[in-house]
Design a protein around this ligand. Structure first.
Ligand SMILES: *[C@@H]1O[C@H](CO)[C@@H](O)[C@H](O)[C@H]1NC(C)=O
Ligand SMILES: *[C@@H]1O[C@H](CO)[C@@H](O)[C@H](O)[C@H]1NC(C)=O
Length: 226
């Protein structure tokens, strides 16, 4: 059985989803692993990074209609760095409902990316395109050991228009990527005020319904006791 308070929190989550379009991935960060100081460094990949301190990125993401070669549209890559080891997090992408897009979010550890040909190829293609973009600054921690993950985002346009220009090159989508740690590995931090409110409401209504039941019970019982 799911506790009632949990159900209510889930319901609120669903409501929140209706207002802004969001897609998310929930994961537990890996243990801190040593970063090789010799050889190629993660900075050289020129991937935008998200850290607990700089936990959101506003971006204009390229999108494409799904094709046989790219069934999930266009790929972009990010690094999630300086994570607290073994902590539950979620990464959300939020975008305006006026820009209909399908998003897929995946997080992978380093070895998973480097051992999977499709992933490393996609990452390399994106990284190469970033090299020419001077604006992208990767921020490393400088620490010899770090808990980090790769974030893979795929965006495919999801609309139909009679406008040929729009159909041949869908406009970029304005998005916000947000890294949100879970408190006690149970509730996303950004949801805490809502969760506290909902739990207070649930407890309050439980007490109230108990009082109402008691009154009903005692009033219906009265004739018998008289
Ligand atoms: C990386 O991820 C893969 C697949 O999820 C998992 O099997 C593996 O144990 C992970 N490696 C490390 C070092 O965490
Ligand atoms: C098609 O869309 C583009 C981009 O929004 C716009 O500039 C153009 O005027 C539109 N063309 C027509 C025929 O509506």
């Amino acid at each position: 059985m799911i506790p009632k308070a949990c159900m209510t929190v889930l319901f609120v989550l669903l409501l929140a989803q209706a207002h802004a379009n969001t897609e998310k991935v929930i994961f537990v960060s890996p243990p801190a692993a040593s970063i090789t100081t010799s050889g190629p460094s993660f900075e050289q990949l020129h991937l935008p990074s998200i850290t607990p301190k700089k936990s959101s990125l506003r971006l204009s993401l390229p999108a494409a209609f799904p094709s046989e070669k790219q069934p999930r549209g266009l790929d972009t890559w990010y690094m999630l760095r300086n994570l607290n080891p073994s902590q539950r997090y979620e990464v959300r992408v939020c975008w305006a409902a006026t820009q209909p897009t399908n998003f897929w979010l995946d997080v992978y550890n380093t070895s998973h990316v480097f051992d999977t040909p499709d992933l490393i190829q996609s990452l390399a293609t994106f990284s190469e395109a970033q090299q020419t973009d001077e604006r992208t600054q990767s921020t490393g921690s400088g620490a010899p050991k770090e808990s980090l993950l790769f974030l893979h985002v795929q965006a495919s346009a999801d609309f139909f228009s009679t406008n040929r220009t729009l159909m041949s090159s869908p406009p970029a989508v304005d998005v916000e990527l947000i890294l949100d740690p879970y408190l006690a590995n149970a509730v996303p931090r950004s949801l805490l005020p809502t969760a506290v409110y909902v739990v207070a409401l649930a407890v309050g209504s439980w007490i109230l319904s108990g009082m109402i039941w008691k009154r009903l019970f005692s009033s219906t019982n009265k004739p018998h006791t008289d």
